[in-house]
Design a protein around this ligand. Structure first.
Ligand code: ADP
Length: 386
């Protein structure tokens, strides 16, 4: 079962764990019911596995066919371009229109093929395991560079605003994030008339003192989106009525891809638009934590649990040293208040006295109760079974 999708394997393991050992303790009626349920579960699991393998085959098919179509299409577009430079349009005005139609349709086809390819890749399992640090600023600059001929053709002015002192690193799949940024900027260009402005911004917003959000936004002065259609525009193949009536070409797949990329990266997509005035798309990505912040986050609760155990020493002669040791460490790992309290308790203890007075022990125990409350609730991962 090596090539089976991970989730299918998981489901099968769960169904077969309805152990016969447990069944032996149950009344016959309950046992029969459980047997029947286990059978039903097995059938359902088999169906899920079949469907998952069908989805995989479908995606593989789309992916292959898209690859096969892309090469000849790119070549057609290239030759149309070369041919158009050789034709005397003044003496053959009708050829100009023919070339425009050819170019437009070939471009739509290639963007359709690329979108289908991108969409088919989303369903591959464990996609988020390939995540790495992605610099959103570089991605944005590259996207603008890729789209420069469209920008120049329409004489659009693009402003990229960001704080040069800051960094804009998120965790993710660079290819997918890049595709989403290109789609958003390409739409801003496409749905704007010539000589308009587009503003792209990268800003950091604090969430907590350690965590922040990187907001990537694209604001245009284009045709806008009718208010009652905003909620539908990221649906597959959906195109707003004004895009259709204005004959702006497209496939209705670009924002579907953006929405999928956003969901995969635990980001949020916001759309604000005023019909006829312009649209702003904002994607809020959770910022990547710095190495130190990651270390603290991974270690802090483990250390708190360790401190709780450490200060409940049996040998009271060790209490002063333990309070001192964990007091200092907890302060560093974001539990400044507990750290202070441990240190001040340790200062009340003498270095010579062997027995700790009951009041100090009581204060220690009260502190332990509060420290335990600060620990995250443990998830056992087991479902409650009646
Ligand atoms: P496409 O651009 O190929 O039509 P998308 O999925 O990228 O498909 O967008 C879906 C629809 O959302 C568009 O057809 C258009 O109606 C609307 N839309 C997207 N971006 C903008 C924008 N910047 N300004 C106005 N409308 C937009």
């Amino acid at each position: 079962m090596g090539d089976k999708p991970e989730s299918a394997q998981h489901k099968i393991r769960r169904s077969s764990s309805t152990g016969s050992g447990i069944l032996a303790f149950l009344a016959p009626a309950k046992r029969r019911r459980l047997h029947a349920l286990a059978k039903e579960l097995e059938v359902a699991n088999r169906k899920v596995t079949e469907l998952e393998s069908l989805i995989l085959s479908k995606n593989e098919f789309i992916s292959n066919i898209s690859h096969e179509l892309r090469t000849p299409l790119t070549s057609i577009i290239g030759y149309v371009d070369v041919l158009s430079t050789k034709v005397e349009f003044e003496s053959n005005p009708e050829l100009d229109d023919i070339f425009k139609v050819l170019d437009r349709n070939a471009t739509i086809l290639i963007s359709l093929v690329q979108s289908l390819l991108a969409l088919s890749q989303f369903d591959s399992p464990n996609r988020s395991e390939a995540f790495k640090a992605v610099n959103l600023l570089t991605i944005t600059e590259d996207a603008i560079f890729i789209l420069r001929s469209e920008i120049e053709k329409k004489r659009i002015s693009i402003k990229l605003n960001f704080d040069p002192e800051d960094t804009f690193i998120v965790e993710g799949d660079p290819g997918l994030i890049s595709q989403a940024c290109i789609n958003l900027i390409a739409n801003a260009i496409k749905f704007s008339s010539a000589e308009k402005n587009i503003e792209i911004r990268l800003i950091r917003e604090a969430r907590t003192d350690k965590q922040s959000t990187i907001c990537f936004s694209v604001r245009d002065q284009g045709i806008g989106i009718p208010p009652d259609e905003i909620s539908r525009i990221s649906e597959r193949y959906y195109r707003a009525s004004n895009a259709v009536s204005d004959h702006v070409s497209g496939t209705g797949l670009g924002l579907t891809i953006v929405a999928k990329v956003v969901a995969l990266h635990n980001a949020q997509l916001k759309i604000e638009s005023e019909l006829g005035l312009g649209t702003t798309f904002t994607v809020d990505f959770p910022a990547q934590l710095s190495p130190v912040a990651t270390l603290i986050l991974n270690r802090k609760f483990g250390l708190l649990a360790e401190a709780i155990e450490g200060i409940q020493v049996n040998d009271q002669r060790e209490l002063k040293a333990k309070l001192h040791e964990y007091g200092g460490a907890l302060g560093f790992y974001e539990f400044a208040e507990f750290g202070e309290e441990l240190l001040s308790l340790s200062r009340t203890l003498s270095d010579v006295e062997k027995i700790v007075d009951s009041q100090t022990l009581k204060a220690r125990d009260q502190l332990v109760v509060r420290m335990k409350e600060a620990l995250p609730i443990k998830e056992t991962g087991e479902a409650n079974v009646e």
